[in-house]
Design a protein around this ligand. Structure first.
Ligand SMILES: [Zn+2]
Length: 331
């Protein structure tokens, strides 16, 4: 969904106690990425930089995926748990990862925002929806018959805002039932119980640094009465650009969809799945195992798309999350 007419100013960003870098004369995004042991594309998506050659001296860049490295720690927890750690703050659309210290794998779950998230490999990946209002939300961790209450603090991200006006033939694509059915198909292709497949940070799925729309952009299709958001990030690449798996996984879905066009999803384990939309050609089959760097297909302009690009997204148990942190470090 990439047709925009009216561009409104970006929402005010929150002042966060985050690790930042101020651009010095002569610095390039590549040099800064090396300095912080990260990648150009991670800095681009964290800072909404469309063109990495357009850095300004004095520009302040975010260089970490979390607003604050400060962790909260709880040691009064049911046996056999020795400690529970989770981030002091999590940005809208990011993951709050709860880590459990225990001598053996712990069985249990966390109730959070009307969903249930299992403890897997002594971690709980809690996706914060991109439209979740900033505030403090309770998470209830249950192990055996015992329960522990944790507070998860959600802080605002910095997102652009667009009012889109679709031509009548495209509006026909936005029938709520069809949208819902397609979304269920995408989420349904993700096996939440598969063990973790990734072994390190994700690679970029296409060989470009050109991001034409980052994650989380607020979008209105009805003149501003209601807003949804961009569920992934768009790479501006010509039709036919090879699209590669960013991490090991198993193909969930590989078929033509109505809105998303030729679509592929990958299962990376622990309920983490990635999606690749609007492809011109698909090169994998459902059930196929892929390694990082394996060809998934070729970018295109199929489905609800107004120009060749790759839409890349990462969902955690069905909830779209910002792909940027996955290029930096993995849970
Ligand atoms: Zn997109």
């Amino acid at each position: 969904m990439h047709i925009r007419l009216l561009v409104l100013p970006a929402l005010a960003s929150f002042a966060l106690a985050q690790t930042t870098h101020t651009v010095q004369p002569g610095e390039t995004l590549y040099r800064i990425a090396q300095q912080y042991n990260t990648s150009v594309e991670a800095l681009q998506v964290l800072n909404n930089i469309a063109d990495p050659t357009q850095l300004r001296v004095g520009q302040v860049l975010r260089v970490t995926g979390q607003p604050s490295p400060a962790l909260r720690r709880l040691t009064q927890a049911p046996a056999p748990i020795e400690a529970i750690e989770w981030p002091g703050e999590t940005i809208q659309g990011h993951l709050a990862v709860i880590r459990i210290t225990a001598p053996a794998p712990v069985q249990g779950e966390v109730r959070f925002l009307n969903n249930t998230y299992p403890i897997q490999q002594n971690r709980v990946l809690l996706p914060i929806p991109a439209l979740q209002a900033p505030g403090v939300y309770p998470a209830r961790l249950r192990v055996g018959g015992a329960e522990v209450g944790l507070e998860v603090r959600v802080v605002a991200g910095s997102f652009g805002r667009f009012v889109l006006q679709l031509p009548p033939d495209r509006q026909a694509l936005l029938v709520p039932e069809r949208l819902r059915a397609e979304r269920l198909k995408v989420v349904g292709s993700c096996d939440f119980d598969r063990p973790q497949q990734w072994r390190g940070p994700f690679q970029k799925p296409v060989q470009t640094n050109r991001i034409t729309d980052p994650f989380g952009t607020r979008r209105s299709y009805d003149g501003g009465r209601s807003y949804s958001y961009h569920e992934g990030l768009d790479y501006g690449v010509p039709e036919g650009t090879p699209v590669y798996a960013p991490a090991p996984g198993v193909v969930g879905l590989a078929e033509r969809l109505f809105v998303r066009g030729n679509a592929v999803t990958l299962n990376h384990g622990l309920g983490v799945c990635s999606g690749y939309w609007h492809l011109s050609r698909i090169a994998v089959k459902p059930g196929q195992t892929v390694q990082a760097g394996d060809l998934l297909g070729y970018s295109g302009n199929t489905g609800l798309s107004n120009g060749p690009h790759l839409h890349f997204e990462i969902r955690v148990r069905g909830i779209p999350t910002n792909p940027a942190p996955w290029f930096l470090s993995v849970p």
